[in-house]
Design a protein around this ligand. Sequence first.
Ligand SMILES: N[C@@H](CCC[C@H](N)C(=O)O)C(=O)O
Length: 281
Amino acid sequence: MMGGVLFTKGHGTGNDFVIIADPDGALELTPSQVAALCDRRFGIGGDGVLRVVRTAKDPDGAAFAADAEWFMDYRNADGSIAEMCGNGVRVFTRYLISSGLATPGPAGLPVATRAGVVVAVIEGDLIRVNMTTPRVYAASTATTGPLTFPGMAVDCGNPHLVCALHDGVELSSLDLSVAPDFDTALFSRGVNVEFTVPAPPLDGFDRHVAMRVHERGSGETLSCGSGALAVGAVALRDAGLTTGKVAVELPGGRLEVTHDADDRWWLAGPAVLVANGEILD
Ligand SMILES: N[C@@H](CCC[C@H](N)C(=O)O)C(=O)O
């Protein structure tokens, strides 16, 4: 089926991906192939697949060909397509550079996604990405088990619902093995749901927040970059800050969200490649 195809495994704060280079867009990657690759017992295992394809060689990437050479074709673990993956962009960038497919320019490396072109800047172990602007646009709720939490809908290119826990409910007490219920009229394409609690003040940051996430198409993951961006946007908005820096603690590590004076939104965190291999069948 995919025998002979080479892959790389990588992660960003524990949000892990199977990376497949398909520079000329020759692979027909079906949802069931993606689900098989991401299966943690019968496959390689991952929260998603990053297909590395030239913008000009992919129907969804072609519109961005003038601004970026490479298109991140991101798929969730269940085979569904998503518009954006913040951790994925960093891992994708790390892969492009380490495989010699791209070299960042002085302003960074542009990467096309279904949500638009973002620019990644390499800073040693960290990669900082100038993301598309998050839009906080509606109040809603999420229900997990017996508990319902109010939240804010945030569009980061992909859909998010950021819910603050209340009444002393602890993050660790949530059962996110089951997808939270949400307003399917508001989120007709599904939603990634972030649950947050404040964390102790941290030097160098305007806000410090801990979160867990249930991702559309992948279930609970150790980290979600676009989710952290959504959480950062809500934290700054709730604090009445038009610029600022938010540290977001996730089960897989820390991500940093910055809204700068030039109205750019940055997501920064590690991106690690862990293995190369070959698919056998
Ligand atoms: N983990 C990602 C988000 C991946 C896509 C998401 N599950 C969706 O369907 O929108 C991230 O780091 O942003």
